[in-house]
Design a protein around this ligand. Structure first.
Ligand code: LAC
Length: 223
């Protein structure tokens, strides 16, 4: 098995490079005291819909699921003004990157690594957010599950990376702050790193990450 050196670094997008709670942060004052609860429900439902539809053998694009999840969250948290929906969705389309995302990508590129993102996001929203966050020129590939019409953690989706870079799974270091995504990437054969920003307890003992990092700033030193 060929091992490309240095390895290719592939990042999850939402929650890893992009801060999914940046949308609510832009409307926090108007959203009121339950702003964070709304944002957490929004994210949980968005992911749940992607998994349940994939399990049922169906596909609805991630942008539509993001809107439906927000509708659900707004219905469940009536204290947040439903009139914020359009602004929240606009903000989600152009999410902020975490402050350590661009420096980490640049440091990896400077050391000769290829970089990319593999995301459940639909192509338009992914391009919108990656462009708005200024990450585009430091990513060699922006890969969306949309070509396969199924979501992570299906193994076929991780195969988009090996297909794109003409490499084997062992050539890839996969970086995600989503533990379920680390599980899927590890099961596929990637060397997966878990970015545990929120200091969450570990899960999926059969599929441990190769390493756990507090944020993206330590990545270049590791590579
Ligand atoms: C992503 C989300 C689901 O794939 O984190 O970018």
């Amino acid at each position: 098995m060929s091992v490309i050196s240095p390895p290719i670094f592939i990042f999850d997008a939402y929650g890893t490079l992009l801060d999914v709670h940046a949308a609510i942060a832009r409307c926090r004052a108007e959203a009121g005291p339950e702003a964070d609860r709304l944002s957490a429900i929004w994210r949980t439902k968005q992911l749940e819909y992607s998994w349940t539809l994939t399990l049922a053998g169906h596909y609805v694009d991630f942008w539509t699921l993001t809107e439906r999840a927000l509708d659900y969250a707004l219905a469940l948290v009536p204290s947040v003004d439903k009139g914020l929906k359009t602004r929240l969705l606009e903000a989600y389309f152009k999410l902020d990157a975490f402050p350590d995302a661009l420096p980490a990508l640049r440091a990896l590129k400077a050391k000769g690594h290829k970089t990319g993102t593999l995301s459940n996001g639909s192509p338009d929203m992914l391009k919108g957010a990656v462009d708005a966050a200024g990450l585009t020129s430091d990513l060699d590939a922006v890969l969306s599950v949309d070509v396969l019409k199924m979501f992570k953690p299906r193994p076929e989706v991780y195969g988009l990376v090996t297909e794109c870079f003409k490499c084997t799974p062992s050539d890839v270091t996969f970086v995600s702050s989503n533990r379920w995504d680390v599980m899927g990437a590890t099961a596929f054969g990637f060397r997966a790193l878990w970015i545990n920003r929120a200091k969450m307890p570990d899960e999926y003992p059969e599929f441990p990450p190769k390493q756990v990092l507090a944020d993206l700033s330590a990545l270049a030193a590791l590579s």
